[in-house]
Structure formats: structure tokens, C-alpha cells
Design a protein around this ligand. Structure first.
Ligand SMILES: NC(=O)c1ccc[n+]([C@@H]2O[C@H](COP(=O)([O-])OP(=O)(O)OC[C@H]3O[C@@H](n4cnc5c(N)ncnc54)[C@H](O)[C@@H]3O)[C@@H](O)[C@H]2O)c1
Length: 280
């Protein structure tokens, strides 16, 4: 028998969306390292397959597939495939998200396209994902749902941009919706022994934050001479007591905990993994 950590999620099956890059890859890797079989999907099916291939090559068990979370049929199909190929779904991690519509990084204000796409993916895509697993979990009277929200979905806070416009309004409102949905789903599914929680990441240097940093650079003259990575680090130093970025694995470890028996009495919570940047 391997270490306690390795058996934390032994015999569990996890479905993770948006696992072709960024945080989703870290979540899939950590869950697999704790013994779970993982079904990873992404709108970029080839990228999801690469995540699955790497897990299989490392001795884990994974399947990959193309899923657009805005399309409930494609999610239902992937959930069905997961159940038939891996034996069920114990853990569901709606992680896929977008910061805005196409060209967001070049915009100084949000557009209708930003509202439409962020709500289609971050809100409707989230509910499509939980809908695809909910009845299966209810029938088994067991399940863990861990929503990837954001600390930006809590109270608004300006960060060094002197109150200037911030093109992230659609994103931040969509993440507030994700937190509220987590609370509602926890109430709805609690009597079926299904735990529903959210993880609120802080700042990670993924393609998503690269777009945010470009947007800050364009918006704020104070940032015009800095590289996008310097802007990212500057915001971390100004806001995070721990003073360092989070990693996809940091988020994955909290997802693993919330998916484990150790978290059996935790539901309806939104846990910040943000180096202390926000306390509420
Ligand atoms: N990076 C951060 O600092 C940060 C902070 C807080 C919260 N988050 C949240 O974490 C999650 C992952 O973010 P990330 O930084 O890894 O972003 P990312 O942009 O690097 O990766 C997002 C992934 O989601 C996929 N995706 C996008 N639209 C999709 C769709 N319609 N269907 C299926 N897959 C789709 C993309 O192809 C990509 O692989 C998101 O929900 C994001 O809002 C990120």
C-alpha cells in the first residue's frame, strides 16, 4: 500500500472541465496523484487528451475528450462516457472559464460580447456541468462537486488602478454568480449526501491572467512601462500577505481535500486559495 496521500481518493472517479491547460491541468494531476481516475475535457479536445496521456504515462488512469461546456449535449455525452468507461462519477470539478470575449486583452472596457461569453461559459457552462452529473450522484446518494470560482467573485476591490475603468466586470459578476450557485446547490443536494463547495483562486500566471495583465497595461498609465508579468507580480505584492502567486497544484490540493472524506462535513463553502488577498 502506498502513502496515505496516495490513497486519499482511491477508487474515486473525477470529471474535470477546462483541463486542457492552466488550473484544470493542475487539478487533474493532483486528483490523479491521490488515486482518482480522471475524465478530463476541454473545448480544445487535443489539449485535454494531452493531459490524459500524461497522467496515463505517469501510471495514473485518465480519459480525455472534447467538450464545450456551453453545449449541454456535449457535457451529457462526456458524463455518460465517463460513467461507462470509468464506472461512475464521484467528483465533479466545473473549472472551465473565460475572462471575456475574443480580444478581451486589447480592450479598455467591457463589451456585450464579454457579457455574453463569460455568462455562457462561467455561469451556464457551470450549471450545464452540474446538471450532467446531478441525477447520477443523487441516485447513488453520494458525490462531491467543487466549483472553481474566484476571489474576484466576492467584494469588489481596486488594485492600484486609481479607480479607473476595469474591463473585468462581466467576469467578476459571473464569478459572484458561481459562488451563489454553489450555496444554492449545496442546499438542494445536501439531503442526497452530496457536498457542494467552491474554491476561489487568487492570482495564477495562466493564459487567463496574461490577458488580464495586458488589459491592466492598456488601461493604466502607471503600468505602461512594465511587462505584463511585472504587473502580475506588482498586484500580488500589493495585495497578498504571502506575497507570491498561487500554482495550479495549490488549487488542485484544495480540490482534493474538498473531494475527500476529510471534508465530509463541509458544504456550501467558498474557500479562498489566494495567499490572503481577501478574507471574505
Ligand atoms: N488564473 C487565475 O488567476 C484565476 C484566478 C481565479 C479564478 N480562476 C478560474 O480558474 C479557472 C481556470 O482558469 P485558468 O487560469 O486555468 O484559465 P485558462 O484560460 O488558462 O484555461 C481555461 C481552460 O478552459 C477552457 N475552456 C474555455 N472555454 C471553454 C468551453 N466553452 N468549454 C470547455 N472548456 C473551455 C480553455 O480551453 C482552457 O483550457 C477558470 O474558471 C477561472 O475563472 C483563475
Amino acid at each position: 500500500m502506498t502513502s496515505g496521500m496516495a490513497v486519499q481518493l482511491q477508487n474515486k472517479v473525477a470529471l474535470v472541465t477546462g483541463a486542457g491547460r492552466g488550473i484544470g491541468v493542475g487539478i487533474a494531476n493532483v486528483l490523479a496523484s491521490r488515486g482518482a481516475a480522471v475524465a478530463v475535457c476541454d473545448i480544445d479536445g487535443a489539449a485535454a487528451q494531452e493531459t490524459a496521456d500524461a497522467i496515463n504515462a505517469a501510471g495514473g488512469k485518465a480519459v480525455g475528450g472534447a467538450v464545450d461546456v456551453t453545449d449541454s449535449d456535449s457535457l451529457d455525452h462526456f458524463a455518460g462516457r465517463t460513467i461507462s468507461e470509468l464506472g461512475g462519477i464521484d467528483i465533479c470539478v466545473p473549472n472551465a472559464g473565460v475572462i471575456g470575449g475574443r480580444g478581451f486583452a486589447e480592450r479598455v472596457d467591457f463589451t456585450k460580447e464579454d457579457w455574453d461569453l463569460t455568462f455562457a461559459v462561467n455561469v451556464q457552462g457551470l450549471t450545464n456541468t452540474t446538471d450532467a452529473v446531478k441525477e447520477h450522484m443523487k441516485a447513488r446518494e453520494e458525490g462531491k462537486i467543487v466549483v472553481i470560482a474566484s476571489h474576484g467573485g466576492r467584494k469588489p476591490r481596486g488594485v492600484g488602478d486609481k479607480g479607473r475603468g476595469n474591463a473585468q466586470h462581466p467576469y467578476l459578476v459571473s464569478k459572484a454568480a458561481a459562488i451563489q450557485y454553489t450555496h444554492l446547490l449545496a442546499m438542494e443536494l445536501g439531503s442526497y449526501n452530496i457536498n457542494v463547495n467552491a474554491v476561489c483562486p487568487g492570482r495564477l500566471w495562466t493564459p487567463m491572467w496574461q490577458a488580464i495583465a495586458q488589459n491592466h497595461k492598456d488601461l493604466n498609465p502607471d503600468y505602461s512601462e512594465m511587462t505584463t508579468y511585472e504587473i502580475f507580480i506588482d498586484q500580488i505584492k500589493k495585495t497578498m500577505p504571502l506575497g507570491r502567486p498561487q500554482t495550479p497544484e495549490d488549487i488542485g490540493k484544495t480540490v482534493a481535500f474538498l473531494s475527500s472524506d476529510d471534508a465530509a462535513e463541509i458544504t456550501g463553502q467558498a474557500i479562498n486559495v489566494n495567499g490572503g488577498a481577501a478574507f471574505d
